[in-house]
Design a protein around this ligand. Structure first.
Ligand code: FAD
Length: 801
């Protein structure tokens, strides 16, 4: 072990080994992995080794597919046998809704380029897996890219291939302490102290403690997990092929062949956390006693699905632990506020996801950004609230128990909620508000009559008419929506203007004005779809999506200029927006200021009744509208005043579901759908806001290269979909004459124009208005036509008033 390395990776499980391999592969050889015990000595040695490309989250699915394709490469490169068995895999659907979901998921996988899947009847599935019963199975999906590997061999293959490329692996050496020093990190180990520029926490079951060594509380917890290996099954001795990796979603089990028996793994409904503060340091390559009482229900289902299990014994029980984040996705990337400290933990399925995690993290460290949009596993998708132990217990437990349970897009899950509530929360609940969650905050979805319960559905739900009514009301009268769920950052200081000018690609708004501002990464891809407000008092605001608060702040602070201060106002400022043709009549009543004189995209400070507020004339719905920002303490009062003042204008409250439908009618994109860090300004129309004549700004060269080159291969368009009783939601494929030419970024029903709408990224030659295309909505083929953007009020008369 040297006294200095560029990178020290802590942890020699599959994730640490993959990070090491990718760093070396991409050109950083001065890297060292330090392992407390021997390689694999955490969760990795006892994993079931199952691999399958499918995941309900398309971005995770793409990373899993990458990992699977990588495995044989790593085997060849290292010379280490990983016992790769690509048996193919089956996912079984046992309810009509699940079968519908599987058909829909099949199309989504096509969208993201996972083409080697096929839908099957129960009988066809049984031909591939003769030991399964078809009882209750309505259909199945087959995927070629599934199978299993030897877990210990795989970790050694990653590490061996990394070593061949010049990386160092040190075993039997616990990291005891981490100290941040000007040049990076001082890593105190049992065998001496090492300095490095970057340190990677890949400590798996011990990630919590290795986080705490640097003052970081990672939202991660270990949970226990069982599988059994059966004795030899005579039926398997009689067939000359291996049964596929089979996931029985309604049965909570997964199965793969293990020699002439099977391995049956269980996702435990009655879950059990273990060592929430991290595994004990003396925890070796240990297992827990099996707890068959706790998993009895799933075992019965498993033995019914595979009746041969009733005839043979159990050779081995494994009850081990592995780690989960609140949403089950890994925690990867630079930890906000800790320069040079990188997270590679909470990887629930390390053999499946470890390749993608290693690749993305290595790219991030070397190039400053990963190639793919990895927001779904970015450690900065959580804020401080997620450090709370109870929050971690509830959310990780919920994820684990629901791992194979179907979650509908309109379903509200209870764990960790309600947490943060806007001051008017209770009064709004009294008024019928139904709540969703964004990050830590309860956000209003819609207002329903007392006793109404929304039915979880993949299609339009029973809240359809309620939301429709809110939309129509906003377009014709006036609506009011709680905008606590927007993010606001205050930028001040002598260098504020210069910094904003540099970090934003747009022109800055003049005094008293607001402006849409794309923010770019140096490689020209999008980093934000923000709004800048110039309050004309040396104070600027940046506004954006609430759930990106920690993610945005990391970027801002990492790129902060001289003499600039930036503050997240998310715990101080909230507000309401008035939207609709009568909104001016309502707000006028409450102020002496010249609010009628506030131009479209104008902003200023006003007294709204008793409340001193910062008001901006803009609206996500594309209507005449005012966003009224107030202190948290004023929220209740502001709501009451607005409702009283608006009574004669028939004011009513509305929620984010209506807002999303209204913005779709205007073809206004949103982050995580139309805009992501994988897309460019040219693709998404964000280039409209770029100030090309500005001397410099982050991403300028790349943006100019896109503008002056051959143009983006895909363009964002608006589609009218000939939908039935369901609308697009995202990632559905778009077809032209049988060829896949794009995918839906988001969709929904345009209630005030009476059309099912979607936005989609399609190949440029299919982007012209009037082009006839097709898509699959909840698995059913539907006609779709490219229409002009902004089907509602294309000239923008309503919002300009
Ligand atoms: C029963 C069971 C079945 C599973 N089946 C599958 C499956 O089929 N497919 C799949 O993909 N995944 C499966 N998993 C999950 C898989 O095991 C984990 O996702 C994976 O092992 C996580 O790897 P890791 O590298 O993040 O962590 P770990 O394997 O826990 O590795 C962390 C390493 O860090 C070391 N370390 C910790 N602290 C320090 C320190 N201070 N100094 C030095 N070293 C340190 C530890 O000794 C350990 O070796 C299963 C898990 C269980 C429990």
């Amino acid at each position: 072990m040297n006294s200095h390395y560029r990178v020290v990776v802590i942890g020699g499980g599959v994730v640490g080994a993959s990070v090491l391999y990718h760093l070396a592969k991409f050109g950083w050889q001065d890297v060292c992995l330090i392992e407390r015990s021997v390689l694999t000595a955490g969760s990795s040695w006892h994993a079931a080794g199952g691999i399958h490309a499918l995941n309900a989250d398309p971005n995770m699915a793409a990373l899993q597919a990458y990992t699977i394709d990588l495995l044989s490469e790593v085997q060849a490169e290292s010379g280490q046998d990983i016992n790769l068995h690509m048996t193919g895999g089956l996912t079984l659907a046992g309810t009509p809704a699940r079968w519908e979901w599987l058909q829909s998921a099949y199309r989504v996988f096509q969208s993201i380029g996972i083409e080697d899947c096929e839908l099957m009847t129960p009988e066809q599935a049984q031909e591939r897996c003769p030991i399964m019963s078809t009882d209750g199975v309505l259909g199945a999906m087959w995927a070629d890219r599934e199978g299993y590997i030897d877990t210990t061999g795989t970790v050694h293959a990653y590490a061996g291939a990394a070593r061949k490329r010049g990386a160092t692996v040190v075993e039997n050496n616990r990291v005891l302490e981490l100290n941040q020093v000007p040049e990076g990190w001082q890593v105190v180990t049992e065998k001496g102290t090492v300095t490095c520029e970057h340190v990677v926490n890949a400590a798996g079951l011990w990630a919590k403690q290795v986080g705490r060594m640097a003052g970081i509380e990672l939202p991660v917890s270990p949970l226990k997990h069982h599988y059994l290996i059966s004795d030899t099954i005579p039926a398997l001795e009689q067939i000359d092929f291996e049964v596929p990796m089979t996931v029985d979603l309604e049965g909570f089990t997964y199965l793969r062949q293990d020699q002439k028996g099977v391995l049956l793994g269980i996702y435990e409904i009655d879950h059990e956390h273990w060592a929430m503060d991290g595994a004990p340091w003396d925890y070796g390559m240990d297992l827990f006693q099996e707890q068959t009482d706790r998993i009895e229900k799933e075992l019965i289902l498993g033995f019914e699905r595979y009746p041969v299990l009733q005839e043979v014994g159990v050779k081995t029980w494994v009850n081990g632990a592995f780690t989960f984040s609140p949403d089950g996705n890994p925690l990867v990337g630079p930890v906000p506020g800790k320069r040079g400290y990188w997270s590679a933990c909470a990887v629930m399925a390390g053999f499946l996801q470890g390749g993608g995690v290693g690749k993305s993290l290595a790219e991030w460290m070397i190039h400053g950004e990963p190639e793919a949009d990895v927001y779904c596993m970015d450690v900065a998708r959580y804020g401080k609230y997620a450090e709370n132990k109870q929050y971690i217990r509830e959310t990780t437990g919920q994820f684990y128990s629901r791992r194979f349970v179907m979650t509908y897009p309109n379903e509200q899950l209870p764990a960790g909620r309600p947490l943060k509530m806007a001051p008017s929360h209770d009064a709004m609940t009294e008024a019928g508000c139904k709540w969703g969650v964004s990050w830590d905050l309860e956000v209003p979805l819609y207002f329903a009559p007392r006793g109404f319960e929304e039915t979880p559905s993949l299609k339009r739900s029973n809240a359809f008419d309620i939301v429709g009514e809110e939309c129509r009301h906003v377009r014709t009268k006036v609506g009011m929506v709680d905008i606590t769920g927007f993010s606001r950052y205050e930028v001040t200081g002598k260098g504020a203007r210069a910094w904003l000018d540099q970090i934003m690609a747009s022109t800055l708004p003049s005094a008293g004005r607001a402006r849409l501002a794309p923010m770019l990464a140096p490689d020209g891809r999008l980093k934000g779809d923000l709004t800048i407000l110039n309050w004309d008092d040396e104070t600027w605001w940046i506004m954006g999506s609430y759930y990106l608060r920690a993610w945005h702040m990391r970027w801002f602070l990492d790129h902060l200029g001289e003499d600039v201060q930036i503050r997240d106002l998310g715990e101080e400022i909230c507000g309401f927006a008035l939207t609709g043709p009568r909104s001016l009549k309502v707000i006028e009543k409450l102020t002496d200021g010249d609010i009628a004189g506030l131009p479209f995209m104008g902003c200023g400070e006003f007294d709204i009744g008793l409340v001193r507020a910062r008001v901006a004339r803009m609206s996500v719905a594309g209507e005449l509208g005012f966003e009224i920002n107030c202190r948290y303490g004023d929220h209740v009062k502001l709501r009451r005043m607005l409702l009283d003042a608006g009574e004669d204008q028939e004011i009513r409250e509305y929620g984010f579901n209506a807002m999303l439908s209204l913005r779709l009618e205007k073809s206004f994109g949103i982050w995580s759908a139309e805009f992501t860090q994988a897309y460019t300004p040219g693709m998404t129309g964000m280039d409209r806001w770029i100030a090309w004549d500005k001397g410099t700004f982050v991403g300028r060269d790349a943006a100019i290269a896109e503008r002056d080159g051959n143009g983006p291969a895909q363009l964002l368009v608006t589609l009218e979909v000939d939908a039935g009783d369901a609308d697009g939601s995202g990632y559905e494929p778009v077809w032209a004459n049988g060829s896949r030419i794009g995918f839906i970024t988001s969709g929904g029903y345009g209630h005030t124009i009476g059309k099912s709408l979607a936005m989609a990224l399609v190949d440029r030659e299919y982007a012209a208005e009037g082009t006839d295309l097709t898509t699959h909505i909840v698995g059913v083929e539907r006609a779709a036509k490219v229409i002009a953007a902004s089907p509602y009020d294309p000239e923008g008369r309503a919002m300009r008033g």
